[in-house]
Unconditional design. Structure first.
Length: 482
């Protein structure tokens, strides 16, 4: 039996510059299949890294002649790419089984299966267990849906009747530790890069999964069911060391939604273990994202140690200066905490990337202007990335805005955080689109900020401002205004 795992042709988020990430989830699944069902032949096709277009993908599928094809995405904006992939598969051979998963398909499993019958099975929530059980089922019973109701954690149609089996529980700490290393040897690793961040090829590293907080706009807290699990310190560093030595990796991207959940004890142990094995700020770089309150919990000493161990860049979700907006988001922080968290990062030579959400239900032109002035004049991060509030399916925000009739665009391609998809109380989707463009102009078209960025002491900040200057990001945002 042959399995193809496909990362389809797609365009990436131009706001963060030109980049190409490895298909981490597919590579992890491939490694699990190799470990658990070694008699199944598994291949990963990454169309970006291999520069394969849609015609080329069709040709590859014909050549490979798979029995099963898997493709999925957490990002709602990529839904139609997955659907198009399966449409090609079924045109080649309707008997090929198609399997998808991720947060969007988990949230809208029934609607998706009825709308796109070319999808045979959806794995709900984390797929590691249900995917292997599916493959085992098809090995034993052939490519049939008969008996699938015995497999937990999936949804499918049988004779056009929707069926959803009991969900599998989230993976725990021990189960994460037992996962194999991702099958990076299946892809051209040297192709993966993030031009704005580093000139070194980069690799993705998963230290933990999930988040126990309940931000109303976040699809990840829903997908992981407000559960947080982590690999052990030794397991994380073992994987990093394997990548460092086997693949000469020097730029690591931690996928964790909240790095180490802000545990000072774990961060101390992790950084010291990295440095004990010869991996530190002299020879590696790593990116992480942390909550504002987690940064404050880690504190000055912890951040200093992280920087010594190679952490040079952190993404911080400040979202808004207004506490009433943060409360409405169930964010669990206050605006003044963001100011202090960014100050601590910059003090410890860690580039501070502040994320802002524009377009809450009662947003006005004036409140957006105040938000951007707060970001640049009060918080003063190294980089500001603004996004439009996007109601992802399955989130409390999606349910609330749907009930209020505020969502006007159901084109999933536009659910990328830079398209206006909601008419709010005072600003329409079109007006919000224009305000996003003006927000970026406020930050990157200011000659004072541009000059200070280009000639900043922090080399990564210099790199960002030079990149924004050359890449024409603001011009691309202007083109999105209807």
């Amino acid at each position: 039996m042959k399995l193809l795992l496909i990362e389809p042709p797609k365009k990436f988020w131009f706001v963060m510059g030109e980049y190409l990430p490895p298909p981490f989830s597919l590579l992890l699944l491939a490694a699990i299949v190799e470990k658990e069902t070694p008699d199944i032949e598994v291949k990963v096709i990454d169309c970006q890294a291999e520069t394969i277009d849609w015609n080329g993908l069709e040709e590859r599928i014909r050549i490979e002649k798979p029995d099963i094809v898997g493709s999925g995405s957490h990002a709602t904006c990529n839904v139609y790419k997955i659907v198009r992939t399966f449409d090609i598969v079924k045109q080649i051979n309707p008997e090929i089984i198609t399997i998808t998963g991720g947060s969007h398909f988990t949230a809208l499993d029934e609607e998706t299966l009825h709308e796109y019958p070319i999808i045979d099975v959806i794995t709900r929530y984390e797929a590691e267990k249900s995917f292997i059980n599916l493959l085992t089922h098809f090995q034993v019973n052939g490519l049939t849906k008969k008996g699938l109701e015995q497999i937990n954690g999936i949804a499918f149609l049988e004779n056009n009747v929707f069926k959803r089996t009991p969900d599998v529980p989230p993976l725990n700490n021990d189960e994460l530790d037992q996962l194999p290393y991702p099958a990076y040897y299946q892809v051209p690793l040297q192709k993966y890069h993030f031009a704005m961040m580093s000139n070194k090829p980069y690799i993705i590293l998963e230290g933990s999964r999930g988040c126990t907080h309940n931000c109303t706009f976040c699809s990840q807290q829903v997908f992981y069911r407000r559960h947080w699990a982590t690999k052990s310190v030794n397991r994380i560093v073992d994987e990093m060391e394997w990548m460092f030595e086997k693949f000469s990796s020097r730029f690591f991207w931690f996928t964790d939604d909240n790095f180490c959940a802000g545990s000072p004890k774990m961060i101390d142990a992790l950084c010291k273990e990295m440095m004990a094995r010869g991996m530190d700020g002299n020879n590696i770089e790593w990116f992480a994202q942390m909550r504002v309150d987690s940064i404050l919990q880690v504190g000055d000493a912890g951040l200093s140690l992280m920087n010594k161990a190679g952490n040079y860049w952190q993404l911080v979700g400040g979202e808004s200066p207004f506490n009433e907006v943060l409360d409405a988001y169930h964010k669990g922080i206050q605006g003044d905490q963001t100011v202090e968290a960014i100050r601590l990062l910059r003090k410890n030579n860690i580039l501070a990337q502040l994320m802002i959400i524009l377009g809450h239900e009662f947003e006005t032109v004036e409140s957006i202007q105040k938000t951007m002035e707060w970001a640049t004049e009060v918080v003063k991060p190294d980089i500001v990335i603004s996004m439009l509030l996007t109601p992802y399916p399955g989130t409390p925000m999606y349910e609330y805005l749907s009930q209020k009739g505020r969502i006007i665009d159901q084109n999933w391609t536009n659910y990328d955080m830079i398209h206006g998809v909601c008419d709010m109380e005072y600003l329409s989707a079109k007006e919000l689109q224009e305000q996003l463009y003006l927000a970026y102009r406020h930050v990157y078209d200011s000659w004072t900020r541009r000059f200070s960025g280009i000639f900043a002491k922090n080399k990564y900040k210099r790199r960002i401002y030079w990149y924004y200057l050359k890449a024409g990001v603001i011009g691309q945002l202007k083109k999105l205004i209807p």
